[in-house]
Ligand binder design. Structure first.
Ligand SMILES: [Zn+2]
Length: 368
């Protein structure tokens, strides 16, 4: 891992065990943007859009004090008409191919930042988010995580992505920041970044939809954040609940699990080292895996929901029966899968072994 640089709030506590170094203490006003503008100027990033094109905030062209973009209008853009265009807000949606409609991306993390300032908020059930800090330029990133779940992804051999939620960067924005409106559409290329964002957004919403429908029937997901991994390199799905249970995947089944659920492909020389490293670490990183390496006809919004709901019922079942039962269930499927690798009996087996009863029970439960 290389060093990562960031700005954090003064009361931020680093996670234990993380090596860190404080480079400088800085004071950054949340609302007055003059200091921020000066920081941009002296680092060679002048704000060109201030006050009618002036590049130096100290020498603005005479501007209308009622123009909320004018730095001289007081309060860093809050003057005049009362609409604060420096405060990022807007709505994020995900396109539903079956409904042919853009649906709100619910309760997803939105990070607004530039190199001096950061704010984290969440979308509401209408997909709307509102920052409290002012920015004169900002990068907005959607992170597919909340208290319930975290959606992880992987493209190519970028294995470090397994540690973080999928992110969709909306780009570096400036000007009017108070009316950001984005919809995440499906991309036709399975291995594209756009497809990863769309699958992650769809799965993210699925978790909330599942809870809305299942909780009245007293079917609850585990309390701990579920780690859901989406892969363009595989086409199967499963709910081993590794993170919830602790790293308990048997050594002999790791490669089978990797090939079937993570990446059934040659990753190239670069990744050969990781090919042996990753299966050992996967068990600490994923609860549910979903491979979306499918033809587009089998990859619409309902196709994803159907599979994810199946896996979430597994997760709710796990929350009821606990780790020992789940250990036997998952191991039974891994053994049958490895024994019948490459045949029609892969994963569930022929149904006539000592492992068959627990597989039949677990899968019929998730089949409801
Ligand atoms: Zn299943």
């Amino acid at each position: 891992m290389p060093w990562f640089y960031t700005v954090v709030d003064a009361n931020f506590t680093p996670p234990s065990g993380i090596q860190y170094e404080i480079l400088e203490q800085v004071y950054i006003p949340n609302y007055n943007l003059l200091l921020e503008a000066e920081a941009f100027r002296i680092t060679g990033n002048p704000l060109n859009n201030l006050c009618d094109g002036g590049t130096d905030y100290r020498l603005p062209n005479p501007c209308d004090p009622n123009d909320p973009n004018c730095m001289d209008s007081g309060g860093g853009g809050t003057g005049g008409g009362g609409v604060n265009t420096n405060r990022p807000q807007g709505a994020i949606r995900v396109f539903d191919i079956n409904l042919m409609d853009a649906r709100p991306l619910r309760r997803a993390m939105v990070v607004a930042k530039n190199f001096l300032k950061i704010e984290t908020v969440y979308t509401d059930d209408a997909g709307r988010f509102t920052c409290t800090k002012n920015f004169n330029r900002v990068t907005i990133t959607i992170k597919f995580k909340n208290n319930h779940a975290q959606i992880k992804g992987l493209r190519g051999a970028r294995l470090w992505q397994l540690f973080f939620p999928v992110e969709a960067n909306l780009g570096r924005l400036r000007g009017e920041l108070n009316n950001i409106d984005r919809t995440i559409f499906r991309n036709d290329e399975v291995r594209s970044r756009g497809m990863r964002h769309w699958v992650a957004a769809t799965v993210h919403n699925n978790v909330l939809e599942f809870s809305d429908m299942a909780n009245p029937d007293e079917l609850f997901l585990p309390n701990n954040q579920i780690k859901i991994f989406i892969s363009p390199g595989a086409s199967a799905a499963s709910a081993p609940m590794f993170v919830q249970r602790g790293p308990v995947i048997p050594e002999i089944h790791k490669l089978y699990f990797f090939r079937k659920f993570i990446a059934n492909l040659s990753l190239g020389n670069f990744a050969l080292y990781y090919y042996s490293w990753l299966p050992s670490h996967l068990s600490r990183l994923v609860d549910i895996v979903f491979g979306y390496n499918k033809v587009l006809e089998l990859l619409d919004s309902d196709d994803i929901s159907e599979t994810i709901f199946h896996e979430l019922v597994h997760a709710a079942h796990y929350a009821k029966v606990g780790g020992d039962w789940w250990h036997n269930f998952v191991n039974s499927e891994l053994i049958e899968g490895a024994n019948n690798d490459g045949t029609d009996w892969d994963t569930y087996g022929h149904g006539n072994t000592e492992r068959s009863p627990i597989i039949a029970l677990g899968e019929s439960w998730a089949g409801i």
